[in-house]
Design a protein around this ligand. Structure first.
Ligand code: C5P
Length: 326
């Protein structure tokens, strides 16, 4: 939908600014968390005192979130650099390194220990998802697919930016592209595990944590929006080119971000990698029935490898259970 919303433009209407969609998704995430908190607290006085005590009176906790949200902003922008400088195939293959970087940071930051079987499962997952992706690559038209295609979780800035016209740049620098992809893989693994550690080692509610993350995320996306699109904003306003589809895309980004947080809280970042890989296969199966999608043999073999790796990883699940809260 994100890609469609960037390609199809109504006659006489400007294209919406991707940076505004990223910013509004952050704002929507904050609003959604506030609604859930209000529902949980049941009364307005309890809700407002929670907002005051947990968020307004604890700015240092929001500052802590500058690290993951800053890294997410960096990662999302680097993905754009990577997509601009690498062939789509190289990008898709190298981007799967984030499965391993997440596992490494789970060991280093979260103190998990992974058995040899689990490392094998993770390597198989990388191979399987790369094979599955090879079909989505060969089916895509000139512009490389946005990262949102390969992740069920949202990748706001990159995905929106990936569909922007500058992608069609003539000069490509594979070295810069590769450095960007490696850095964003490291950033994704680190930010995810950092957020997981914060969520699981304190009593603070996940909704409060998401509001704190959303505030710093909104700050970064606001700075990006003003830096890149100031002129266009002055000329056409914040909501230029918006229609119902744009709002669905924005809502989907916000919902996806919250889902990432829920997955990380109740499961973990490594399992998120399995979930997103399996979701690509589920999308393939749905597309087979709905959109006449014809799976190729790499897709089918890749799907089988992903399922086998998920099974292998799940065999000794207890050993890699979530870290205990203090
Ligand atoms: O590729 P990766 O899984 O690292 O991407 C996670 C995405 O989810 C990032 O784009 C980040 O902005 C988003 N996210 C979020 N809210 C969270 C955690 C991640 O919006 N609590």
């Amino acid at each position: 939908m994100m890609r469609y919303s960037r390609i199809v433009q109504k006659a006489g209407q400007p294209m919406y600014l991707a940076s505004t969609a990223v910013f509004l998704a952050e704002v929507l995430k904050i609003v959604a968390c506030l609604v859930v908190m209000r529902h949980q607290q049941r009364t307005w006085p309890r809700f407002t005192s929670m907002v005051r005590n947990e968020i307004l009176n604890k700015p240092q906790e929001t500052l802590k979130m500058l690290i993951p949200s800053g890294l997410y902003a960096l990662q999302n922008n680097l993905l754009y650099v990577a997509l601009s400088n690498l062939e789509a195939a190289t990008f898709q293959v190298t981007y799967q390194m984030k499965i391993l970087s997440t596992a490494i940071f789970s060991v280093v930051l979260l103190g998990r220990s992974l058995t040899r079987g689990k490392w094998l499962a993770l390597v198989l997952l990388m191979i399987g998802v790369t094979m599955v992706q090879s079909q989505s690559m060969s089916n895509s038209t000139p512009a490389p697919p946005p990262p949102a295609v390969d992740q069920a979780a949202p990748v706001p800035v990159a995905a929106a930016a990936a569909a922007d016209p500058p992608l069609a740049i003539a000069v490509q620098s594979p070295l810069i592209g590769l450095l960007a992809v490696i850095t964003s893989c490291i950033s994704s693994g680190f930010a995810g595990c950092y957020f997981e550690k914060i969520l699981k080692t304190s009593e603070t509610s996940m909704w409060v944590r998401n509001i704190q993350l959303g505030i710093s995320g909104a700050f970064f996306s606001l700075v990006g929006m003003l830096a890149y699109d100031m002129q266009a904003l002055r000329a056409g306003g914040l909501l230029q080119g918006y229609d119902w589809l744009t709002w669905i895309v924005v809502a989907n980004q916000a919902l996806g971000g919250l889902l990432v947080a829920i997955v990380v809280k109740y499961a973990d970042n490594i399992l998120k990698g399995f979930a997103t890989s399996l979701s690509i296969i589920v999308s393939g199966v749905i597309s087979f029935y709905l959109f006449n999608f014809q799976p190729t043999s790499p897709f089918v073999f890749g799907a089988i490898i992903v399922m086998v790796s998920s099974y292998l990883y799940g065999l000794d699940f207890k050993q890699a259970g979530p870290i205990k809260p203090h």
